[in-house]
Design a protein around this ligand. Structure first.
Ligand SMILES: *[C@@H]1O[C@H](CO)[C@@H](O)[C@H](O)[C@H]1NC(C)=O
Ligand SMILES: *[C@@H]1O[C@H](CO)[C@@H](O)[C@H](O)[C@H]1NC(C)=O
Ligand SMILES: *[C@@H]1O[C@H](CO)[C@@H](O)[C@H](O)[C@H]1NC(C)=O
Ligand SMILES: *[C@@H]1O[C@H](CO)[C@@H](O)[C@H](O)[C@H]1NC(C)=O
Ligand SMILES: *[C@@H]1O[C@H](CO)[C@@H](O)[C@H](O)[C@H]1NC(C)=O
Length: 335
């Protein structure tokens, strides 16, 4: 069984995943379309008396932006309409209101300089003179992806839902994809899930592991990437399996008890035998189980004895942690 990502409404798991992926794809398409529409609408409906078109500049964050305004008057108001179309006063005359900008005056023009461009400076710039003459310029800030915040490592009870998330910023809008580390450094597995959060409707033992969110965006043809790791641990009552193994030279009966538990469990073999020999009341054999690492490491305890000494043997392996005790047994009878 694998760790499954399901929507609560049930139905075929694969279908649900397919529908979810289809939905996610069409949603992001819609978003992209909306974004490009926004940009066009912005340019066409912004009031502009002087300039019939708005020059556009693209600057990678950290770079310098200059907006030359062909007005020499001291009574200039410098505005920024941000990406949400909120108007913000950056400077009046040559007095900067925003700490990140500087205004200089030359002959016949004034210049607004943003020395270190950040995402918040993305938008439409506008200088307006007291006489009502105005000019504008559009700045597109290209910002390589960054992961601002991400969820803490998570420990949940088995079968409970879990949600992990990554919050990325950047322009163009980053895309987030989820991966899971394959234990023992054997690479990562693509979970084919996109979006800021990964929801596990039921956290199974197979869900234990380290998840990686990779956020990417592309700037001037170069893909930028940021990633973070989040660990999911699962707590559960021990799972116990007893198997009979092939015989060895020393023992005709070899049993293997396999325990999975988190937190660590204490295990014990108890053997109930009927026989005429001395070997009729073996002592219990205690062992302790290790915490499964990435859901794969388990504890095994082997029990071996010589069958001809017994008539019947009921061999029980039980393991206990704070969530309870689980046992499994094999009943042996010699002919
Ligand atoms: C600049 O902003 C002013 C005030 O909001 C507005 O009246 C003017 O039309 C704008 N100019 C341009 C070129 O966008
Ligand atoms: C992600 O970041 C955005 C912008 O900083 C914030 O509005 C949002 O609440 C954050 N989401 C989470 C889940 O932290
Ligand atoms: C994941 O869970 C969050 C929080 O409950 C929710 O906002 C989001 O829509 C869920 N995503 C999916 C794919 O179910
Ligand atoms: C659980 O067992 C493992 C392996 O024996 C050990 O490394 C780990 O420290 C143990 N954890 C606790 C909480 O006892
Ligand atoms: C073997 O022992 C277990 C408990 O340790 C018990 O539940 C089971 O009934 C026993 N089986 C037989 C055949 O006696």
């Amino acid at each position: 069984m694998v760790c499954k990502w399901r929507l609560k409404s049930g139905g075929g798991i694969l279908t649900v995943i397919a529908i979810y992926i289809a939905l996610a794809v069409s949603m992001s398409e819609l978003k992209n379309r909306k974004r490009s529409n926004d940009r066009i609408v912005t340019r066409e409906t912004r009031p502009s008396r002087q300039a019939s078109y708005t020059p556009v500049r693209e600057i990678v964050s950290g770079g310098r932006f200059r907006f030359r305004c062909p007005i020499a008057s001291t009574g200039i108001l410098w505005w920024l309409y941000d990406s949400n179309n909120r108007r913000q006063l950056l400077a009046t005359g040559s007095t900067a209101i925003d700490r990140g900008v500087e205004v200089t005056r030359g002959s016949g023009e004034s210049t607004l300089t943003v020395h270190r461009v950040e995402l918040k400076y993305d938008g439409l710039y506008n200088c307006t003179s007291t006489g009502g003459i105005s000019f504008s310029m559009r700045l597109v800030v290209l910002d390589p992806v960054k992961i601002r915040e991400y969820s803490d490592d998570l420990t949940v009870r088995r079968w409970d839902p879990s949600i992990i998330w990554c919050n990325a910023t950047g322009n163009p809008e980053p895309e987030i994809a989820w991966y899971k580390r394959i234990p023992d450094g054997r690479g990562i597995e693509d979970l084919n899930m996109k979006g800021p959060s990964l929801n596990l409707t039921q956290t199974t033992i197979q869900c234990v592991g380290t998840y990686v969110c990779k956020a990417t965006n592309t700037i001037h043809g170069t893909t930028k990437m940021a990633q973070e790791s989040i660990r999911i641990s699962v707590l559960y009552k021990p799972i116990v399996i007893v198997d009979r193994l092939g015989s060895s030279r020393k023992y005709s009966v070899r049993l293997m008890c396999t325990v999975l538990a988190n937190p660590n469990a204490t295990g014990v073999w108890t053997i109930e035998t009927t026989s005429n020999h001395r070997y009729d009341r073996p002592e219990p054999i205690y062992f302790s189980s290790g915490m499964p690492n990435d859901g794969e490491r388990i504890t095994k305890s082997e029990l071996g004895f010589t069958e001809h000494l017994i008539h019947t043997a009921n061999c029980t392996c039980s393991a206990t942690n704070r969530f309870g005790t689980t046992q499994a047994y094999i009943y042996l009878e010699s002919d």
